[in-house]
Design a protein around this ligand. Structure first.
Ligand code: DSN
Length: 414
């Protein structure tokens, strides 16, 4: 029986979401469009197999085939990131990070990460996350110019003496200097853990420096800029650390791995290893540069005055309206983005004075610099006259027409 006959409600909602994804412009910096081939294997019979353990060391029989699948995923992941060990089982980036902490720390140990309100992630020690509850967390941030001051990080690290330093961010538009972070970590005897979830797709295409050989451990999600299925990975070069990570993920915090997702990660990695991938990553950078240039020309202040990667952060500290207002106005025009705190923030995290915009999803659809120029000018038009609903609806119609030239999917299920 088809899903349409078996569960009409979910079938119809999935198709409505297909229309939303196709007709609007996706500019949430962490979102992307995965390949139909990735979705094909995600929806395959591999979902049926339990395979607690690791290849050749399983607790159930019948794992001969899934062993080969997981081994392929591991080998491709190692090649991609140029490292010796990879664990492809984490169900998400958050669980990958939880696994790294469980492997290297004891409850109560000190960690030093980037402040959530400065662009860090919940799992980098925020008090509402287990990373800030099981461990004693301390933070560095960005300066008013929107950049990390590495001397300040060094100063904080020397006072805190953390056992682990986390680098990597969710809303930082500039290159992260892993070498400097490692020098600081060595100075205080800490592990350096790089969470590259946002920039991994750029790293593997050499559009951002690789955290190896500097980081002791690296984690990432496999969706975001990598365009694979939703999920997590952990990589390292040290055999002892790798053993600890494997035990921390299974049986530490997870049970059976999701073999359909691991297979989908392998398919995604195959794409990431291709020449086509390098072009895609280059196009992300070109498109984000155009987005930044137009917004600056139109009088908008960008945090750090520009970008090196896949995202820009607009600051509305000099405006009457908030990040939330901007988010809602763009949503009325069919552009999804997200409000974000900015350096020197004066509003609450629910309102904010900033907006984060990314180009990976539009680039995946095939948007080129001239298309991004149109989109960026539409964004500036909306922000210039933020309460003009008619304008927002006119732009929505114009962008729907633009979007229709860049088909991403023709069906919701594969
Ligand atoms: N949700 C991701 C982001 O938007 O950056 C972080 O996990």
């Amino acid at each position: 029986m088809s899903l349409e006959c078996f569960d009409k409600e979910i079938y119809e909602l999935t198709n409505k979401e297909l229309a939303r994804q196709c007709e609007g412009l996706e500019m949430i910096a962490s979102e992307n469009f995965t390949l139909p081939e990735v979705m094909e294997v995600m929806g395959s019979i591999l979902t049926n197999k339990y395979a607690e353990g690791y290849p050749q060391k399983r607790y159930y029989s019948g794992c001969e085939i899934v062993d080969q699948i997981e081994t392929l995923a591991i080998e491709r992941c190692k090649k991609l990131f140029n490292c010796n060990f990879a664990n492809v089982q984490p169900h998400s980036g958050s669980q990958a990070n939880q696994g790294v902490y469980a492997a290297l720390l004891n409850p109560g140990d000190k960690i030093l990460g980037m402040d959530l309100s400065h662009g860090g992630h919940l799992t980098h020690g925020a008090k509402v996350s287990s990373s800030g509850q099981f461990y004693e967390s301390f933070f560095y941030g960005v300066e008013l110019d929107g950049r990390i001051d590495y001397e300040k990080v060094r100063h904080i690290a020397n006072i805190v003496k953390p056992k682990l330093i986390v680098c990597g961010a969710s809303a930082y538009p500039r290159i992260i200097d892993f070498k400097k972070f490692r020098e600081i970590a060595d100075e205080v005897g800490a592990y350096l853990f790089a969470d590259i979830a946002h920039i991994a797709g750029l790293v593997v295409a050499n559009e951002h420096p690789n955290p190896f050989p500097y980081a002791h451990v690296v984690s990432s999600t496999t969706h975001k800029t990598l365009r694979g299925p939703r999920g997590g990975i952990i990589m390292c070069n040290d055999e002892e650390i790798a053993k600890k990570i494997n035990s921390a993920i299974f049986p530490g915090i997870q049970g059976g791995p999701l073999m359909n997702i691991i297979a989908a990660k392998a398919v995604g990695f195959k794409f990431n290893l291709s020449d086509e991938w390098k072009i895609y990553a280059k196009n992300i950078i070109k498109n984000t540069q155009v987005l930044a240039k137009v917004l600056i020309e139109r009088g908008y202040k960008l945090v750090s005055d520009g970008t090196d990667n896949h995202l820009v952060l607009i600051s509305f500290l000099d405006r009457e309206f908030s990040g939330k207002d901007a988010d809602l106005a763009l949503a009325n025009a069919g552009i999804t983005a997200n409000k974000n705190t900015v350096p020197g923030e004066k509003r609450s995290p629910f309102i904010t004075s900033g907006l984060r915009l990314g180009t990976p999803a539009l680039t995946a659809r095939g948007f080129k610099e001239e298309d991004i120029q149109i989109v960026a000018n539409c964004i500036a038009d909306i922000l210039d006259d933020i309460n003009n609903i008619d304008l927002q609806l006119n732009i929505k119609a114009k962008l729907k027409e633009l979007a229709s030239k860049f088909t991403i999917y023709t069906k919701a299920m594969f």
